[in-house]
Design a protein around this ligand. Sequence first.
Ligand SMILES: Nc1nc(=O)c2c([nH]1)NC[C@@H]1CN(c3ccc(C(=O)N[C@@H](CCC(=O)O)C(=O)O)cc3)C=[N+]21
Length: 286
Amino acid sequence: MTAQILDGKATAAAIKSELTARVAALKARGITPGLGTLLVGDDPGSRWYVNGKHKDCAEVGIASIQRELPATASQEDIEEVVRELNANPQCTGYIVQLPLPKGIDTNRVLELMDPLKDADGLHPTSLGRLVLNEPGPLPCTPYGIVELLRHHGVEINGAHVVVLGRGITVGRSIGLLLTRKSENATVTLCHTGTRDLSGLLRQADIIVAAAGVPHLVKPEDVKPGAAVLDVGVSRDEAGKIVGDVHPGVAEVAAWISPNPGGVGPMTRAQLLVNVVEAAERTGSAR
Ligand SMILES: Nc1nc(=O)c2c([nH]1)NC[C@@H]1CN(c3ccc(C(=O)N[C@@H](CCC(=O)O)C(=O)O)cc3)C=[N+]21
């Protein structure tokens, strides 16, 4: 048996076409959503991601606000741009592209952001809202994974989800989302200190591999019929993406997310969702 594909590209396209209509409706009410990005330094990978975000915005009618600083920028230089974006009415949501250069206190920068403009869903206030079950932006990658599963009809309700990795952007936050009443999953969070990882993985109905370890999940770790999401973005010597999931897993799982073409495009689409939803929230508050 070969697993069916959790097609992130196609699902992201469907989300973007729905967003295009919602953006048009907002504009008809005099609200134009605008996504800001702050890129510090000239890492080509980061620049590529940021450009992709602005291209996505153009596709759905969201305005773009691009800010850039050199790699030599000081903490104060960065914080000044954050204050400007907080105050800029054209910017309804924004992200500070991570990682920031060495020596910069990233948490201080993120805490300075207006939580109402948090497009990543990773501001301490947004994460707190998620814990408290209050409406707010959701972390883009976890949110994208939930939507990818829903779009393909993979049952989340009652499922045992085993998550690999405890990073803030995925591992640590996805359990908060999946254990809400509306998702209703049971979540086991694994990391490098986990004993008998294979034994736990074999119990999973859904595996979310976000450890950043190439081919960590092997075919023998997967229960036949499981859904496997590959979030890993390691690179080989040629610069090609190597995921956390061994290619042989496709012969055991019922569903697998390709990488690239799976979780990455969904992360980008959910960033747009956060920007549109934030604009809708401010619009209804008026
Ligand atoms: N404040 C902030 N927010 C982020 O969301 C954020 C960030 N900083 N820093 C870097 C990471 C990385 N990230 C990706 C998003 C989309 C793809 C993506 O769409 N990848 C494509 C193509 C990948 C390729 O071919 O290189 C795919 O998976 O099909 C990848 C990586 C967001 N990040």
